[in-house]
Design a protein around this ligand. Structure first.
Ligand code: ATP
Ligand code: MG
Length: 394
């Protein structure tokens, strides 16, 4: 067993010794069988939440109404979730009720895809009630049970099908795909935040181009926030065929730099997607630079300085010429510092000298100083910086 499971085995043992069933479930089991890195080891058990809490010293009620208790063990946290069923989805989103049950089968039945409905016991035997192992081998995403019914219960599962296809490079099984095509309009009823999580994972998947192709073919794009139904994504897909975005910000900058949206439309689009302030800032700053990089001779050094890695990754994605990449890299190399920690002064120095009091004024002063250094207005030398700050605070 991979170390991640060995570390978590004591949790299963404690539950089993108390007379309950307990298994590893979900993504971790799938990823182990695929020989992929394992993220979180999730545990499902027949013990009810109060029973789980009584068995472990340190627990946190992370989602107790859904049956999830976080068990803390040697600095690691494990989500232990009671076997449950979900019932009566009246709004295509969330179950109105979850019911705790004692049967593993019931729990696996409510899971989205066969490849996510595998369980593994303490000794490493895999319990596979829906032929998930065959689907893993054949590399397909297949809904557990009737795809239409499952997507009607929870429309987000359609985004998840596309996201797993992007991450794993799997095809979507035919019935599942037909249900996706039919029910894609229901995606409009899903909270934007939940769609965004899955869409970002899709864009960052190693096979994102393949998944976008499916989404376009099945007319999913027009039901996503920001109505991308009319977008020409051929360049985006071409870029993502040979490389991959490694962060959400890179994915968004890339997508929007390749779009036809002007500045105003872009702000509107980002509002609709409820992107964070920081993401909006990064996109607004870098997209224009990426778009104009080939014809611009003057690059705003300070702006690029802060988001250097994102800019370089996007330039790599869109395959700007090696000459241009070297040019941008040379600009970075000429910068006096490459991060704020390299400033020759810090907040503590300024407080010790009584120059600036702690608080918002400090942040402003340091940012101003950093900017002046990056722009080459002052040397990154202690005395020069102190003189500069003295001058500007008076
Ligand atoms: P990742 O490695 O990205 O975390 P994951 O498979 O663990 O992938 P999660 O979103 O963490 O995905 O969900 C954990 C498990 O819960 C899934 O494997 C699946 O069994 C189940 N699950 C999650 N969301 C749903 C849903 N909307 N409908 C049904 N089952 C779901
Ligand atoms: Mg997970």
């Amino acid at each position: 067993l991979p170390q991640e499971f060995i570390d978590a085995q004591p949790i299963l043992k404690i539950l089993e010794d108390a007379g309950f069933e307990a298994y590893f479930v979900g993504g971790a089991v799938r990823d182990m069988i695929l020989n992929k890195p394992i993220h979180d080891v999730d545990i499902a058990t027949s013990a009810f939440p109060e029973e789980v809490k009584s068995l472990f010293k340190k627990t946190v009620d992370t989602g107790i109404q859904h049956g999830t208790v976080m068990v803390l063990d040697h600095g690691a946290g494990y989500e232990v979730t009671t076997f449950r069923t979900e019932s009566t989805y009246t709004d295509f989103r969330r179950p109105d009720k979850v019911k705790f049950v004692r049967s593993l089968e019931e729990d696996l039945k409510r899971r989205d895809f066969t490849i996510n409905a595998l369980a593994m016991n303490y000794s490493g035997s895999v319990i596979d009630l829906f032929d998930g192992l065959t689907d893993l081998k054949n590399r397909v995403v297949r809904a557990v049970g009737q795809a239409e019914g499952r997507f009607t219960e929870d429309a987000l599962r359609m985004m998840r099908a596309l996201r797993f296809s992007a991450q794993l490079g799997f095809d979507i099984e035919i019935n599942t795909q037909q249900a996706l095509q039919k029910l894609a309009p229901n995606l409009e009823k899903i909270a934007v935040e939940r769609i965004r999580v899955e869409f970002e994972k899709l864009l960052m998947g190693s096979q994102a181009a393949k998944s976008l192709q499916i989404a376009i073919r099945d007319q999913v794009m027009s039901y996503l926030p920001g109505d991308m139904g009319s977008w020409d994504l051929s360049l985006v897909m071409a870029d993502l065929t040979s490389s991959q975005a490694h962060s959400e910000q890179v994915a968004w900058v890339h997508l929007l730099a390749r779009s036809n949206l002007n500045t105003k439309q872009m702000s509107h689009f980002m509002r609709i997607w409820k992107m964070s302030r920081e993401d909006v800032k990064v996109v607004s700053l870098i997209v224009p630079i990426v778009r104009h990089i080939t014809d611009s001779h003057v690059i705003e050094l300070y702006q690029v300085y802060t988001y250097r890695d994102i800019l370089l990754e996007v330039l790599h994605l869109i395959k700007v010429s090696d000459g241009m990449l070297r040019h941008v890299n040379r600009i970075f190399e000429t910068l006096p510092i490459s991060k704020s920690a390299e400033l020759a002064i810090n907040g503590a120095d300024l407080i010790a000298m009584g120059l600036v009091a702690p608080g918002p004024e400090m942040g402003r002063t340091l940012r101003m100083t950093e900017r002046a250094v990056v722009l080459g207005k002052i040397d990154n030398k202690y005395d020069a910086l102190i003189a500069y700050i003295k001058e500007s605070v008076t």
